[in-house]
Design a protein around this ligand. Structure first.
Ligand code: 5GP
Ligand code: MN
Length: 357
């Protein structure tokens, strides 16, 4: 749906408000805008996952082959399970390019998720959003938001194809990583025929799926494994076993020796319990704020639950941050998620958008 924004005003007797229509562009327009720029910076969202980084790296590498000056701007350490994606594309320098022609936020529909990279993003001559979150509406000069895409990596693949650029082995691995991490290895309901067709095409570009899957899923540290076990042991079930809630405190994190992003994948394990429809992981962050990660299995809309709480995401995977304590959030979530469950209808199960990460 188009979004209308009141854009500035004119001084003088008559004040005329300009109304700029901000809308989704076509993939061809997005490809042309990328082609027209000489310097392009890609911005994954903070707390990087396989899709935001895989899509950014794939686009960056592909555009470099066209002679573009291109980088992926990051600010956190890359999580271990996806650190192989870097390919010399990533930098945390905020001075790498002065006044870039184009800044692109990838798999991210809110500039607040760029944290301290925001100023660099806004210094771009033009700005673009490439995303698949259902909670994202077009908000920049160039937008391509497709909630039917299982992963932003599907969109990255299409853009690279339209541009006629070569997909080498590293790019195929980056796109594959975005797809498998956002579809839970093709398990979730966002997976489509197109997801499989794009993946199939990657094998012609050098993809070794088993090798890549081992890097992502079978290279876990002992510390992460122990932290996961401790978090899972806190599990409580509510609403006749349909709601599962577990938590992690900073003390648990410190005692395990694991890294903050080592909680990745735990909330999906909670959802894996038979009979659970909604799973919640409540994490105490280092700054004391509480991060809530939500997953649903077949019919509850956790994006709609997260949005009024200042967060967002997808129908089956969403989150938000609360200023509270672990205990308070757990207590209120038990009641509120039972309410969400009652409001949700099993008939929602037919919903077929990109409802996972
Ligand atoms: P996770 O629980 O893995 O952090 O996030 C699940 C999904 O919800 C991801 O697609 C993520 O981008 C989205 N999400 C999580 N937290 C937030 C938030 O605070 N704001 C928004 N807009 N999306 C979020
Ligand atoms: Mn994604």
């Amino acid at each position: 749906m188009p979004v209308f924004r009141e854009h500035g005003g004119h001084s003088g007797c008559e004040r005329i408000m300009e109304i700029i229509q901000i809308k989704n562009n076509t993939l061809e327009e997005i490809a042309a805008a990328l082609s027209a720029a000489e310097s392009i910076l890609f911005f994954p969202h903070h707390s990087m996952d396989g899709d935001t980084l895989g899509s950014s790296v794939a686009l960056c590498r592909a555009l470099r082959t066209k002679g573009k000056l291109s980088f992926v701007i990051i600010e956190d350490e890359i999580p271990d399970m996806i650190s192989f994606l870097d390919c010399d594309c990533c930098t945390d320098s905020l001075k790498i390019v002065d006044k870039p022609d184009l800044c692109v936020c990838v798999d991210c529909g809110e500039l607040s998720r760029l944290n301290r990279r925001r100023e660099l993003f806004e210094s771009g001559r033009t700005k673009m959003c490439i995303d698949h979150h259902i909670s994202t509406t077009p908000f920049l000069e160039w937008n391509y938001i497709d909630p039917a895409a299982a992963a932003t990596a599907e969109i990255a693949y299409e853009i690279i194809t339209i541009l006629g650029l070569e997909i080498d082995k590293d790019i195929s691995e980056a796109i594959y990583t975005g797809i498998v991490t956002d579809t839970g290895l093709f398990q979730y309901s966002n997976t489509t025929k197109k997801t499989h067709l794009i993946t199939a095409g990657l094998y012609d570009c050098g993809l070794n799926s088993s090798e890549t899957a081992i890097k992502i899923y079978q290279s876990v540290s002992r510390e992460k494994m122990i932290l996961e076990a401790n978090i899972i042991s806190t599990i409580e079930l509510f609403a006749e076993g349909k709601v599962a809630i577990a938590y992690m405190t900073q003390e648990m994190l410190n005692n395990s020796g694991a890294k903050p992003d080592d909680t990745d994948g735990v909330v999906e394990r909670l959802r894996g319990i038979k009979g659970v429809e909604i799973a919640a992981l409540v994490r105490e962050r280092r700054d004391g704020r509480i991060k809530v990660s939500l997953r649903s299995k077949q019919y509850a809309n956790v994006a709609a639950f997260s949005e009024p709480r200042g967060g967002g995401g997808h129908i089956r995977a969403a989150g938000y941050t609360a200023d509270s304590t672990v205990d308070e959030v757990k207590t209120s979530l038990a009641v509120e998620l039972e309410g969400l469950l009652k409001r949700s209808s099993v008939s929602d199960a037919g919903y077929k958008a990109a409802d996972e990460c």
